[in-house]
Design a binder for this molecule. Structure first.
Ligand SMILES: Nc1ncnc2c1ncn2[C@@H]1O[C@H](COP(=O)(O)OP(=O)(O)OP(=O)(O)O)[C@@H](O)[C@H]1O
Length: 456
């Protein structure tokens, strides 16, 4: 075996969420967490949530959650001697820490006050768990983290920008509802945790693209400039990491092709030019990342696309992602008492069950009895059914998160107490069983396919 491979030490990131009342020094907590893992977890499983630390009084009073998160290592089980633990302790901000950014246009007989952006302090409670809940094919999430890591390595080495260039711009494009905006927010949250040793503050600034078009002809370019000079002020604080999110970037950058064809007013052109100029200024700042999303990549100005270091297509969820999206919805219902207590197998477990069923050629499409094994098979079969829908009817992540709601509304009947539902919403808590819910979701999928046939 290649000796160098045996000597590899993998970085493993450990995220420690501190409670809001924790006043302990972060380095003390980090030390205690390291000791706890070293004494209790060898090998460690990637990813996993750790238990048992509540026995330590300091950890119990300061910590809410300890998670082993990513590692560049493709293995899921690692011996401690093979890893270097990077422990990130963080205290999320409260949910409502969002400020709106007004961007007035003076000198027109009054101010045109547009809400050009919103700013959120990170990490924040609202986006806890968002990263883990997003599931993509092709390791998109790790690719993005690797890109950020690479830019930090090069920035730290003070690489000459005239010789090697990057723009700190990422473009995610793909069909609607595939989690592009969510991924940008989740990445910003993740970076605020990962980079907390470098930056004492992190912020996400979400640009409201549509608001940047002024009703006053010729003012739009100035609105962009004014917004970016605010951003520039923010990033001048070198202790603050700023993620700028430009959603639906095509609405800002579609103008130039039209202008060349003579169909676009020059105001749109000014917006594109202003945006490109401002992006070129931002790229010299180490503490900024620009994330952009689009449903219409073809409409984006090629000069903008050319500035993106990563252009990532985000597709409709594959089978595995569908399983996880539906599983996480069902688990939430169980947690909130809407579904009776049931174990819904994780994706890995479900795939394992599937392959052993295949090996024993006993896979069955029947739903009963409801063991976790049958539950896994049924949920995988439902995921297959989603993928088998005609192209135009395929479900986005957004539509999948809605599927359990439609199932409840259309087929479970909240207002009617049946033998399978213990009560209705009018008088007390509603609860049903998972079998009914799965059957109902299947019916909603059948409806969707039938609707499509009617359209043809
Ligand atoms: N791959 C996925 N895994 C898990 N959840 C997903 C996935 N894709 C979408 N979702 C869920 O769908 C919802 C919509 O996602 P989001 O708004 O981020 O999509 P989008 O691609 O930005 O949509 P649009 O292009 O229409 O603005 C969110 O609740 C998100 O959690």
């Amino acid at each position: 075996m290649d000796k160098s491979k045996l000597d590899v030490i993998w970085t493993v990131h450990v995220e420690v969420r501190l409670s809001t009342k924790s006043r302990r020094r972060v380095d003390i907590i980090q030390g205690l967490v390291r000791d706890f893992i070293t004494q209790n977890y060898d090998p460690i499983t990637l990813p996993s949530i750790l238990n048992g630390w509540e026995g330590d009084p300091t950890l119990a009073s300061s910590v809410e959650r300890i998670a082993i998160s990513e590692s560049p290592c493709p293995l899921k089980l690692l011996r401690l001697k093979e890893v270097s633990l990077e422990i990130h302790a963080y205290q999320p901000h409260e949910t409502d820490a969002v400020e709106e950014y007004a961007n007035g246009t003076p000198g027109r007989g009054g101010e045109e006050n547009v809400l050009a952006a919103s700013v959120c302090e990170l990490p924040c409670k609202a986006w806890e768990g968002l990263w883990d809940g997003l599931i993509y094919a092709d390791n998109i999430k790790l690719k993005l983290l690797d890109y950020i890591h690479a830019t930090f390595v090069l920035s730290d080495a003070d690489v000459d920008f005239n010789l090697v260039t990057w723009n700190r711009v990422v473009l995610l494009h793909g069909p609607p509802g595939t989690g592009k905006t969510s991924l940008c927010r989740a990445l910003a949250q993740k970076l605020s945790i990962r980079l907390s040793h470098r930056y004492s503050q992190s912020r996400l600034l979400e640009i409201n693209s549509h608001s940047l078009f002024s009703r006053w002809f010729s003012e739009s370019g100035k609105l962009v400039q004014r917004l970016f000079s605010n951003i520039m002020e923010m990033v001048e604080d070198e202790d603050c990491f700023v993620v700028v999110l430009i959603d639906e970037v095509e609405s800002l950058t579609a103008a130039r092709a039209g202008a060349m064809a003579g169909t676009e007013p020059s105001d749109g052109l000014r917006v594109v030019n202003a945006l490109l100029t401002q992006l070129d200024k931002l790229r010299y700042q180490k503490n900024v990342l620009v994330m952009s999303t689009s449903n219409l990549a073809k409409a984006i100005d090629s000069a903008f696309v050319d500035r993106a270091d990563i252009i990532q297509y985000v597709d409709l969820p594959p089978r595995e992602a569908i399983y996880e999206i539906l599983r996480s919805s069902l688990c939430e219902f169980i947690k909130k008492g809407i579904l009776q207590e049931t174990t819904v197998p994780t994706l890995d477990r479900a795939l394992y069950i599937e392959s052993s069923n295949r090996n024993h050629s006993s896979a069955s499409g029947t739903i009963l009895p409801y063991s976790p094994e049958n539950l896994a098979s049924t949920l995988l079969a439902l995921a297959d059914k989603c993928r088998e829908l005609p192209q135009a009817q395929q479900l986005s992540g957004r539509a999948l998160r809605r599927l359990p709601v439609l199932a409840l509304a259309r087929y479970i009947g909240i207002g009617v107490s049946t033998s399978s539902t213990t009560s209705n919403l009018n008088n007390s808590r509603f609860q049903t069983n998972i079998r009914l819910w799965l059957e109902a979701m299947e019916k909603v999928l059948d409806d969707r396919a039938a609707d499509h046939k009617k359209l043809l």
